[in-house]
Design a protein around this ligand. Structure first.
Ligand SMILES: NC(=O)c1ccc[n+]([C@@H]2O[C@H](COP(=O)([O-])OP(=O)(O)OC[C@H]3O[C@@H](n4cnc5c(N)ncnc54)[C@H](O)[C@@H]3O)[C@@H](O)[C@H]2O)c1
Length: 328
């Protein structure tokens, strides 16, 4: 399957991730047929996408005239088979459960055409795990988006050992056509690429927090205003080059032995877990929240990310610089 042959998209599972993935394809002009097993999720999808699109309009990323045509490209169907019919590319964002994923992949290969690419948005399961019961796993692949998917640029494309190179290349090209920063991960390792890095950082951050090395507010401000700020415009390997490999090697030898390296959840975090303090929706996580304001906080976060996305997209010459070696 070549990029030019992909005309119709299906999205199965319309929760936090699926509705934004459907939106992204529709924004790039693709007709999308979508399904969720839950009636409320199906019924609320158009309103959730409309609200996302209104934020795009408010930040001058699309025109108000674009909203209805984008919404009209998304059809919510009453069955998985109806949504999947005729799809050239189908992606699932259903429950993160091995058996549910395996059943989906085994079932869907008999519903779609033999050439249809079948993708999983799983954050944990490799495509080899999800497609264990498929007859033809060569067209199955992981496309791992980040929340909120309609805003965060990166999508990790992770083929399994059976996935053909053509399927991988077409999937990368498709996501680049959406304007996504599609990256190829060459091996199926747990957590793929980004979540491994994220967890390495979170382990150290939880350790610093538990030991009271700084307050929660200062830890967040320190990382957001330094690594976060810099990483928005420069990849970590390019940061190493510009810092000097000699300096980084010295710091590596001095600091790495000092870092937390066990795999247990810190006691203070375990205590939050035991209390049911799981984050904004439970009124408390590491911070305290008024659950009534959670949607407002999320909307503010999305607006800030949209502004950042616009800034980074407008300055694409700077983003391209490391590959050309011209950054200086
Ligand atoms: N939330 C994240 O930050 C994030 C990031 C990357 C990837 N993912 C992955 O994306 C997938 C979806 O995550 P989410 O956060 O959107 O979950 P979610 O719970 O918000 O949404 C899942 C949706 O799938 C529906 N569903 C479940 N089983 C189904 C089935 N068999 N057929 C049709 N619909 C079904 C549910 O009704 C629900 O609406 C998971 O595999 C998850 O690991 C999540």
């Amino acid at each position: 399957m070549q990029l030019e042959q992909i005309r119709r998209i299906a999205v199965i599972g319309l929760g936090r991730m699926g509705h934004g993935i459907a939106q992204s394809f529709a924004m790039a002009g693709f007709p999308v047929r979508a399904f969720d097993a839950n009636t409320e999720a199906r019924e609320s999808t158009p309103d959730r996408i409309r609200s996302n699109l209104n934020a795009f309009v408010a930040n001058d990323l699309i025109s108000g005239n674009d909203v209805e045509p984008i919404l009209n490209r998304i059809k919510i169907l009453e069955s998985e088979a109806d949504a999947a019919t005729d799809a050239d590319f189908i992606v699932e964002a259903i429950a993160e459960n091995r058996e549910i994923k395996q059943d989906f992949f085994a079932r869907i290969e008999d519903v779609v055409e033999k050439t249809t690419i079948i993708a999983s948005n799983s954050s944990t399961f490799t495509i080899s795990e999800s497609c264990a019961n498929m007859r033809d796993p060569r067209r199955a692949i992981v496309t791992h988006w980040f929340n909120p998917p309609h805003i965060v640029p990166t999508v990790e494309i992770v083929p399994g050992p059976e996935t053909t190179d053509q399927i991988t290349r077409t999937t990368i090209a498709l996501h680049r056509k959406l304007g996504k920063q599609a990256v190829r991960v060459n091996a199926e390792i747990p957590g793929f690429l980004v979540n491994r890095v994220q967890m390495a950082m979170i382990r150290e951050i939880w350790d610093l927090y538990e030991r009271g090395i700084a307050s929660r507010e200062d830890i967040d401000a320190a990382i957001q205003g330094s690594l976060g700020f810099r990483l928005a415009v420069s990849g970590p390997l390019a940061v190493c080059d510009f810092g000097g490999i000699d300096i980084w090697s010295t710091v590596y030898k001095r600091l790495v032995p000092e870092l937390r390296n066990d795999s247990s959840v810190p006691d203070s975090i375990q205590q939050l877990l035991n209390e049911g303090s799981l984050g904004p929706r439970s009124g408390r996580g590491i911070y305290e929240y008024d659950p009534a304001t959670v949607d407002e906080i999320s909307a503010k976060r999305d607006t800030a990310m949209l502004k950042l996305a616009k800034l980074v997209a407008d300055d694409s010459s700077f983003q391209d610089a490391p590959a050309t070696g011209s950054k200086g």
